[in-house]
Design a protein. Structure first.
Length: 135
């Protein structure tokens, strides 16, 4: 019905976190129903809003700079993970296709968890004046 009507799934945000990298997810149509399950696309947006450098693993390794790994999980066993390039101030988006079992009757409600673990640093410059000690 939702696909035929051109609508999208109803969603609600249960919690958000603050940090230099923001994550958001939206459920997009169409929703495909196959036998006893349905598959739907989840669009995940990652924004480097902190003005610094995100590192997917350790920032001690420059190869990890400007990358981040994001994981979307729909219990019990649906998972989608991507490693993205994410420069200062930029946004990157990807789509996961997740499946859930169809309810026997009524409404099926699931919690989608989108998370990322990363290190982060910012470059800052400042002026320092060094005065000689009096003799």
């Amino acid at each position: 019905k939702i696909e035929q009507g051109g609508g999208s799934l109803p969603t609600e945000i249960l919690s958000t976190s603050s940090g230099p990298v923001t994550l958001s997810a939206s459920l997009e149509g169409p929703i495909r129903v196959f036998q006893n399950s349905f598959t739907f696309p989840v669009e995940i947006t990652v924004t480097n809003s902190g003005g610094g450098v995100a590192c997917a693993s350790s920032c001690a390794q420059s190869a990890a700079w400007d990358t981040i790994t994001v994981e979307a999980t729909l219990p019990p066993d649906e998972e989608c993970s991507r490693t993205l390039t994410l420069f200062k101030g930029e946004t990157n988006t990807f789509t996961c296709f997740l499946s859930a079992g169809a309810p026997q009757s009524g409404i099926l409600q699931k919690t989608l968890r989108v998370q990322s673990s990363y290190e982060y640093f910012s470059d800052r410059t400042t002026a320092v004046t060094v005065n000689p000690l009096p003799a």
